[in-house]
Every structure is written in structure tokens, then in C-alpha cells.
Ligand binder design. Sequence first.
Ligand code: IVH
Length: 698
Amino acid sequence: MTAHSSAKAAASSDPAARAALLRELLQHHAHRYYVLDEPEIPDAEYDRLFQELQAIEAAHPALRTADSPTQRVIGAVLTGLKPVKHAVPMLSIETETDTTAAGAEKFDARVRANLGLPADATPLAYAAELKFDGLAINLRYQRGVLVQAATRGDGETGEDVTHNVRTIGQIPLRLRGIDAPVLEVRGEVYIRRDAFERLNERQRELIAQGAKHEKTFVNPRNAAAGAVRQLDARITAKRPLSFFAYGLGEVSGWDVPGTHSALLDVLAATGLPVSSERRVVQGGAGLVAFHAEIAAKRDRLPFDIDGVVYKVNDRALQQKLGFKTREPRWAVAHKYPAQEQMTRVLDIDIQVGRTGKLTPVAKLEPVFVGGTTVSNATLHNEDETRRKDVRIGDTVIIRRAGDVIPEVVGVVLERRAPDAGAPFDLHQRLGGRCPVCGSAIAREEGEVDWRCSGGLFCAAQRKQAILHYAQRRAMDIEGLGDKLVDQLVDGGLIRTLPELYTLGVAKLTALDRMGEKSAANLVQALQARKHTTLQRFLYALGIRHVGESTARDLARHFGALDRIIVASIEQLLEVPDVGPIVAQSIRVFFDQPHNREVVEQLRAVGVHWDEHDGDIADQAPRPLAGQTFVLTGTLPTLARDEAKALIEAAGGKVAGSVSKKTQYVVAGDDAGSKLDKARELGVPILDEAGLRALLGPG
Ligand code: IVH
């Protein structure tokens, strides 16, 4: 039985008691959510409890108390932030909970009925946009200058967060081209998913290093809300916040454009970020198409959305439609399936990665979240599992957003059974042995991860090592996928990398689902890719902490593998960007006799590489030599990887953040804070065409 159905069962017994319990629960969770920024249950669960209470109150009106959470809009003003009375209340929009396309048709039908339009009238024009999952902010500009920023609060009174909002690079402190006496712009502050992942990664490191007051954030919206309501703006400034404008508050002395779409165009022209994922569509059919189109790309958007928003485009019609108590009749939020859900942990498995890293993974009662069924979610590492105190049998919140692997964000403690398992202890659980090869496991001082010490003796590590060696950016051996590698290793056909080259068509065709043609292709691919560059070969070896760019730097610096094999820590530290941890790891790798043996055997079977810088680009002109680029946003035709490869092939470097040393920022659609930083520092900004022009012909 799921947690939800048990809640339902309890509801049927005594409505008065159930309503009281629900009120208490909702109050508790609203406080966790709004005041502490530390929710214990997913929004979807909160909504279910809320709806259950609404249903009880509808059936038994006598049970509706004045303090019921159904009777007010929740939102507490924090002590410490100054209250701000909104000149124009910040309303919410009605939510269409029917997540199927029918929800869009229903809204269109309602609007047409309200306008008294005949069935055969021409379709209405709607502004269709995204429903950003962040927090609403009112930006007050006087004479074009940002004078105040406030949260929504309870809709009437919010909190003054001007000090924090000023740290958000994307929000202009002065509007371009508008100096109306008052113009209030409303929109959503949010955190991009990649920035959120990096933020939590950093938090996990801080916690691992012993920082007492740090925590990881459950989702980008919470991280954003916490940052905006910080009392200390220096903390806010460290959080990578973004913003999208979507509407207006008080306006005086300015002619508001006649349509919502034109308004957004004008706001974009003032320098405010406005999402480009918006369109004017015609009628219910247009809304349905937009809903489907965004559903299909939801995972690929760089930020979380929880639905789409439809607004009657014509402002005159909006005015005619007016309001229904707290919500405009001309807008609706049409939701998508939630990206967070509750489920139960059936077991905790431990997976072995390429470098022997042991990762605890929660095996879940399958749950539909973010549009797919999830039955595994990462717990990251032992410390993280303990900090969240995830135990077998617990009810947990799962988050799956974008193509990021599903994650356990927290435990719903109030649902923990009295006989729940013990706190997670990785070493004890494994009896100190790798679950795959039985070698001892170890966790070094100052490290977050336990590792299997078996190295390439461990089948799990061997599999990962082979997959890493074969991948496109390493030796680029086509046809060597994970199913095949499983078979090769489990069947004992391969124990070491060099043995890959002893595979013949006969041996391969003996395997499951391996035809003669695929076998021949694989053998051919292995032979064809024996020749590579030093940089790729180094990367392919899978030395811990040696990614592609370190491999390239090493190849450039030393110019020959044998020099790297014997390099001292001091010599390794001379390589740009190589620090003590990386240097140590390279030394440890080549100090192990079996690793040197692998290199020798690979040479013996004919694997060879261009020494010196080995970089094919070296033979080509290098027009971008010595120049550093930063990429941001989505380019029209080039994927991030491709743009990076082109820049590097032309001798340039690609860095992750903008500084005074950056020569160019290449910006595409939905460019983030890097673009603002570039503007701030006066770094030249290129679009894709500009980049191509710099790269020159070919
Ligand atoms: S319009 C009167 N547009 O959703 C209409 N809201 O209840 C005011 N939201 O908390 C809202 N994306 O922060 C509007 N494109 C969008 C939105 C949006 C997200 C949030 C907003 C508010 C809630 C509406």
C-alpha cells in the first residue's frame, strides 16, 4: 500500500478528526516550506493533502474553520525582512490540474463562454508561455531605475528583498529606453538545473570538509527561494540566480502595449530577460499544440518548469474578462506531471564505478515522476545517505528533472515505521568487501567515497574501464557498448584492456545476439582505431582526475608518454592546471606495475599514438591560439561539445566562467549569467556566426 492510499483509508473513518489532522499537517508543512525553506514532502503531496481537506470541508461545511489553510493564501513574512505592501496585489493564477491536453481546451471553452462568443466565432489569440518553477518577484522601477524588489508574500504584502535582487546580474538596475515614473515588472527568480547541480556538488564538498552549517538544497526552487530571502546579500550573491519577466504590477505614466506578447517584446528590449519559449497561438487547438510541444522538450530545457501558462493576448479582452476573487479569468496555469514524488525505499544497493567508487543507490517502489517510471535513485555517497538518514523501508522524496539521474532528496520522517532499518553504514553493509570482486574497500582520509581496492581485478571496474577506453572521446571504438562489455567480462573473454585486441570474429559470434557482421565490424573498428593521439590515449587509460583537458595539457607539456610515466610530482605540478591531487593520482597510477604492464601490452598489440602534442589540430592553422572563450546558452546549430571542439581545434581554450582574461563570450538562446558578466566586464560577445567567422574557412 502506498503512503497516499493509507492517508485516504484514514480519511474515511472520522471526517472531523481527519480534517483536524490535515489542518495540523498542512500548517506544519507550510511552515517548513515558506518559513524554513526546508520542505519535508513534495509539492504534489502537499497538494493532495490540501485537496483532501478541501473535499472534506465541501462535504461537511461545518468542519470549515476560520484558521483552515484552505481559507487563506499561505505565505509568512519573515522577521528580519521589511514588509512591503504591494501597490497592486500579486495574484495567483488558476491551475488546470488535468495534465492532459483536454485541460487546454477547457480553458479556451471557459474564456469563450465568459466573453459570450458564439461557437463559430474566430479562434481567440493566446499568449502561451512557460510556467517557471521559481519564486515570484515584483521589481519596482522609478524613472527606469530599480528602487525596490519584493517577494509575493501573501499577495498583499511581501518582503523587501532589494538588497538580494541587486546581486542578480540578469536583472537590470536601469531599464533601457523606459523612464516612466513607475513601472513594476513581475517575474520569476529561478536557478538553472546545471547551476543547481554545481551548487549542491559544492555544498556536498563543504559538508565533507566538515562545514557545520551547510546543507544541500532539495530542488532549484528551494535554493532560489532561500537565496532571495537571505538576510545577508553576500550569500545571495554566491547563488547562481536567474530571472524571467512575465507581467506587470503598478504602472504610471507609461502606455502599456495592447497585447501581452507585445508587452513581453518591449520588456525584453529594456534589457530584462524574457524567455524565448513563448508564442502567440490561436484557439484551443493552438494551446493543445503548445502544451504538447513544451512537454516534449521539458527535459531539455535548462531550468525546471511545472507547466505552461496561457493568457488571453488582447489586453482589452483581459479587462473585459476581469477577475474571480483572487484570480484573473484570462489566464490559467496548465500543469505537467510533478518532478518530485514520494515512494518507498525497498533496498539500498551499492554500485561500483570505473575508479572503484562505491555509490549507494536506492531501489524504489516504482513511481511515476517527471514523466517516467523511476525505480532507482542515487544517494551519492555514504555521508550524504547518513545526513539525509535514508534507511531501508523509509518513505522518501524522489526528484527527477531533465536528464539528470533521479535523486533521493529527503526522507519523510513522519512516515518512518517503528521497525525501520538501521542508519546506513556502507562498510558494515558490505562486510568491508567489494560487492563485485570481494576485494577490501577503503575510504581515505578527507575523501567522501569508499572505493574498492581491487582495481582492474574487479569485474565492475574492468567493465567501466573498457567502456571508458572505447568511448568516442577516448579511443572511439564503435560497437563496444555496455551490453557487449558485460558479456565479454562476465564470460571471461577479457580481463585486461590489451585482450580487447585478441578478440576475433569467431570468439565474438559465439556471444548472444552477435551476428557475423557486427562481430566483423567490431574487429575492424578495433584495428582501425589502434592509431590515436597521445592526448586521447592518456585520457583513455582512465587515470583518476585526468579528464580530457588535463590529458591534453599533459600531452602538450611532456610530449611523450614515457616522460609522463617517469615524471616526478614536482614535474607534474609544472603542467598548467595540474594541482597536487591530480599529480598524486597520476603518480599512483604509473607506480602500479600492472598499469605499466597494460601500457606495454597495448603497445605490443600495435596500439600507437602520435607523441609530441599529438593533437591533430597542431598540423592545422591555429587562429585562436592563446585565446580563451566562454560558451553560454544554446547555439542555433552547434552543440556545446561541437563548439568546444572547434575552438580547441583552432588552438583556443574554453573556460567555464567569465573573467577579465576571457577574450570572447559566445552566447546563444537563453544565455545565463555568463552573458551578464561579459557585459559587466566589457568582454566581446559573439553569436554562432561570429564564432564561425573567427574560426575562418574550414
Ligand atoms: S502570470 C495574474 N506567468 O505561477 C497572473 N505566472 O499562480 C500572474 N509563474 O507564483 C501570474 N511562470 O510566480 C505568470 N509565465 C508565468 C509564470 C507565472 C510562473 C508563477 C508565479 C505565481 C504562480 C501563479
